[in-house]
Design a protein around this ligand. Structure first.
Ligand SMILES: O=P(O)(O)OC[C@H]1O[C@@H](O)[C@H](O)[C@@H](O)[C@@H]1O
Length: 295
């Protein structure tokens, strides 16, 4: 597809088989795949891309993209009952509808939506996901789930964010110490140690997590993450051995990424009643570590 401009700041083109929207305003540039409504890149002006996409990614239609911010919806991880249902729900491998809702030098907002008609065997409920992606001095991703049918349903979900780093072992996360987590690899519960690092395969669901987290050890900049509508986060890095089995991953690429996923998982999954909704919001801001602190 040749590049087609929707406005001075927004264009539609493609990467291999997948249509992508590219946004460029005074504060940042971003790339979003229409399949999965998946943000693939967010680069604050003059800075580095906060997000990781696997170099082995082939961008084929109907295949989940390994990187950026996959939307795991309306369930996170394995389906609660059906072993053959896709991991991480129904949203990653299909095209979403979209429209531009704000387009200025300071902020570009795109609204994506996906409707489920209640006939999918793994999710027999009419529902809509709306994803508002706001690109400005920060990246804001806001996922609203609407129950359009008469029956309540359980929702688990995640904004499965792949962050870029030089070396995953040097990444430090502030805001998680002493929180309880389930280790999905061993099935055991424990508390997050103060000196946590991604120095091996990690697959944890951490509960009762406050709104703000800070990621450092990435170089000059740190990343500030805030969440609303979420009390859990998922920490994931496949490590050396698991990464060899993953789709679209080159050997050793696991070193340059780590996932911290704003989620509603385990005890934090939500019951969405008829005609009700739930909103999960994540904001990411690049923070200059050398900037003077407010007095
Ligand atoms: O390979 P996928 O389906 O993108 O999932 C990657 C990982 O995603 C994480 O969120 C899960 O906790 C892991 O268990 C999983 O391996």
């Amino acid at each position: 597809m040749t590049e087609h401009f929707l406005s001075a700041r927004i264009s539609l083109s493609s990467i291999n088989q997948l249509p992508v929207l590219r946004i460029n305003n005074d504060w940042a540039s971003a790339t979003i795949s229409v399949q999965g409504a998946q943000v693939l890149e967010f680069t604050p002006a003059g800075g580095d891309n906060l997000l990781f996409v696997a170099q082995g990614e082939s961008f084929n239609q109907g295949e989940a993209i390994r990187g950026g911010i996959p939307i795991c919806w309306p369930w996170f991880g394995a389906h609660p009952e059906l072993a053959d249902a896709p991991t991480h729900g129904l949203a990653r491998e299909v095209d979403w509808q979209y429209k531009v809702v704000a387009d200025s030098d300071n902020r570009t907002d795109l609204l994506f939506w996906l409707d489920l008609d209640g006939r999918h065997p793994a999710f027999p409920y009419p529902a809509r996901a709306e994803l508002l992606v706001s690109i400005g001095s920060s990246l804001v991703v806001s996922l609203t789930t609407l129950n359009l049918g008469p029956q309540p349903f359980q929702l688990s979900q995640a904004l499965h964010t792949y962050f870029a780093c030089q070396d995953q072992e040097r990444v430090r996360i502030q805001g998680l110490a002493d929180r309880r987590y389930l280790d999905k690899l061993t099935g055991k519960n424990d508390s997050v140690p103060r000196a946590f690092s991604f120095d091996r395969e990690i697959d944890w669901v951490v509960g009762d997590v406050g709104q703000a987290l800070l990621f450092s050890g990435l170089g000059q900049k740190a990343i500030h993450m805030t969440r609303l509508g979420s009390r859990s986060v998922v920490l994931w890095n496949p490590g050396r051995e698991k990464s060899k089995t993953l789709s679209h991953f080159l050997p050793d690429e696991y070193r340059g990424m780590f996932c911290v996923e704003a989620s509603n998982a385990l005890e934090d999954c939500r019951l969405i009643k008829a005609n009700s909704s739930h909103v999960l919001v994540m904001e990411l801001t690049a923070v200059d570590l050398d900037a003077p602190k407010p007095a």
